[in-house]
Design a protein around this ligand. Structure first.
Ligand code: AOF
Ligand code: ZN
Length: 387
């Protein structure tokens, strides 16, 4: 339903500028949640006169930066945007109106915005103002770079990635050689993964490794760290309880809370809850073990677009159980499996699913290496937004 037929050359040029928008957008990857990453390029007479990207929620949108750079030159220019210009007053005013006011002639849009406050309305405002609009240029690319944002908008929960490590004989691996301990080396797969995540969830069995759950990448925005604990009888000097670099939330049960208070009273010490408070660790107690849905709500309400279900150190029941639950409840959209070149000989199987019977074949797989480890990443079936 675009406004007119275009030539092949025009289409190629549009695709090139939208890819440039995506490159610009990616500069803010990991920093914009709950907002998407968006890039904008303004072109006139075959020359780029303005560029911009959305750096962070609360700050101006991509279009605003690009329009500022273009100045009055934006009149009769073409604006390329990787995501449909917004049409609502959020933390910032509507970009659709900014483009109308700048009197651009054409707007080329990568993907429509799934945000119900925007979806289609941005394009409508532009067309109503007599601006020529083209949509769906490099659409799949534009959606994929914001897969977590799209997921959050469409399903009201964060996009889930499940990570686990296994030996050559398919057993749980708990060695720190997997880069799962503290702190992951800069440039290693795990460090980059954490950088891209808004939140990471581990269970008590991971505490044996004393993970920091912090990315070592430069300028990384650190993930919200969520710890599922069925008992508050844990060492408080663990790295994850240091909240100076990233926030930590402990999710536990009312029973564990009461038991800890009774123990504390008997031992004449203050409760773990009050010690958490002192350390800036937030604690949430549910009547029973938190369901996956309850955990996802906690993350969603804190603005997370993505979550890493990190089943590291799963020698005990809790981590493996978390993994099974997330898979069985289809709350993981993606899997990151780390294969470590050790033969365990004994130990628990790394994955223990009772369902589904037929097995799950990952799609769109990417294989890479990190040191001696092999990493296979792929999407779980029937989880593709674009199908
Ligand atoms: C755009 N350009 O660069 C971005 C857009 O609270 P606000 O004002 O930041 O609005 C956030 C919403 O705006 C977000 O949910 C998404 O729908 C859209 N993001 N839109 O035109 C941008 N970041
Ligand atoms: Zn906007």
């Amino acid at each position: 339903d675009d406004d007119r037929k275009e030539t092949k050359e025009e289409k190629q040029e549009e695709a090139m500028y939208i890819r440039r928008c995506v490159d610009l957008a990616l500069q803010a990857l990991g920093h914009t949640s709950p907002n998407p990453v968006v890039g904008c390029v303004i072109v006139k007479g075959g020359r780029v006169i303005g560029e911009g990207f959305h750096p962070k929620a609360g700050e101006p949108h991509a279009e605003v930066f690009a329009l500022r750079q273009a100045g009055e030159n934006a009149v009769d220019a073409t604006a390329y945007v990787s995501l449909e210009p917004c049409n609502h007053y959020g933390r910032t005013p509507p970009c659709s109106l900014a483009l109308v006011k700048a009197r651009v002639k054409r707007v080329v849009v990568g993907a429509l915005d799934p945000n119900p406050l925007v979806s289609g309305q941005g394009v409508k405002t532009l067309r109503d103002a007599g601006i020529e609009v083209v949509t769906g240029v490099e659409e799949e690319l534009c959606q994929r770079v914001n897969e977590a944002f799209f997921h959050r908008m469409l399903f009201r929960k964060p996009f889930g990635t499940l990570r686990y490590a296994m030996s050559l004989d398919g057993k749980v691996v708990r060695t720190s050689a997997v880069c799962q301990s503290l702190p992951p080396e800069k440039g290693c797969h795990y460090s980059k993964l954490l950088q891209a995540m808004d939140s990471v969830v581990i269970t008590s069995s991971a505490l044996l490794l004393d993970p920091q759950l912090l990315s070592s990448e430069e300028g990384a925005k650190q993930p919200l760290r969520v710890l599922l604990l069925d008992s508050l009888d844990v060492p408080l000097d663990l790295a994850v309880f240091d909240t100076t670099k990233a926030p930590t939330v402990v999710v536990t049960t009312e029973k564990a809370l009461v038991e800890d208070m009774q123990r504390a009273a008997k031992e004449g010490r203050s409760s773990t809850e009050s010690k958490f408070l002192e350390k800036g660790v937030e604690m949430i107690a549910f009547p029973d073990d938190a369901t996956t849905e309850q955990i996802l709500d906690v993350l969603y309400n804190r603005g997370a677009c993505s979550v890493l279900w990190d089943s590291q150190g799963t020698v005990e029941h809790s981590g493996v159980a978390l993994m099974e639950r997330v898979l069985e409840e289809k709350e993981a959209q993606k899997v990151v499996a780390v294969i470590v070149p050790v033969i365990s000989g004994r130990g628990h199987s790394a994955v223990n699913l009772s369902i589904p019977v037929e097995g799950l074949k990952l799609e769109r797989c990417v294989t890479s290496r990190c040191g001696d480890n092999i990493i296979i990443e792929g999407y779980l079936p029937n989880q593709d937004l674009l199908n």
